[in-house]
Write a protein that binds this ligand. Structure first.
Ligand code: HEC
Length: 152
């Protein structure tokens, strides 16, 4: 009998340990410090959640040509002719369906060069929506002027 109680006690102890110790209660997947920094920065830039997702994809797929701020100065831009445009200048000239067509099917699909590749096979419709939302943010001048005051 005492031995049985012992065994039950052990199980109760184990369950309590698992419930409290391991896997902090109330939290979802394990913390990702890099992602936290990224989200914090995006919040400071005044981005919505969808735009933040778009920014992450943009950093992964587009920055190499378009540059960090979409100004057309990515590390691969010097190889390209025509160069990627400065989104702040160019995007206000284009409606969202045209931007979507470029992201999905590449600039060749709208009669321009073949230098901006099509993404429809690599990215889901939702991912493309987040990119479009982020392009909206890039098309506008930054809300907060950088150090040293205004941009120009
Ligand atoms: C290999 C380099 C490269 C990559 C990668 C790239 N682009 Fe481009 N993109 C270009 C170039 C070059 C142009 C201009 C092409 C032209 O005018 O013929 C362009 C043009 C565009 C335009 C039209 C801009 C305007 O206002 O005229 C959009 C929108 C765009 N890219 C979005 C994206 C997005 C979103 C991604 C990532 C998912 C991306 N591009 C990845 C090179 C690239």
């Amino acid at each position: 009998m005492t031995q049985r109680r012992h065994v039950i006690g052990m199980w109760v102890g184990l369950v309590v340990a698992v419930a409290s110790g391991c896997g902090r209660p109330g939290e979802g997947p394990p913390a990702d410090p890099l992602m936290d920094v990224f989200r914090h920065q995006a919040q400071e830039e005044g981005l919505t959640r969808i735009q933040t997702d778009g920014k992450r994809l943009f950093a992964h797929y587009c920055v190499t040509c378009h540059g960090e701020a979409g100004t057309g100065d990515g590390q691969n831009a010097y190889n390209l002719e025509p160069k990627p445009p400065d989104f702040q200048q160019s995007l206000p000239l284009h409606a969202v369906p045209y931007r979507r067509q470029i992201i999905e099917s590449g600039t060749a699909a709208v009669g321009r060069s073949a230098l901006c590749p099509p993404w429809v096979r690599n990215l889901s419709a939702t991912q493309i929506d987040t990119l479009l939302a982020y392009l909206d943010a890039l098309a506008k001048p930054p809300a907060v002027p950088g150090p040293g005051g205004s941009k120009q």
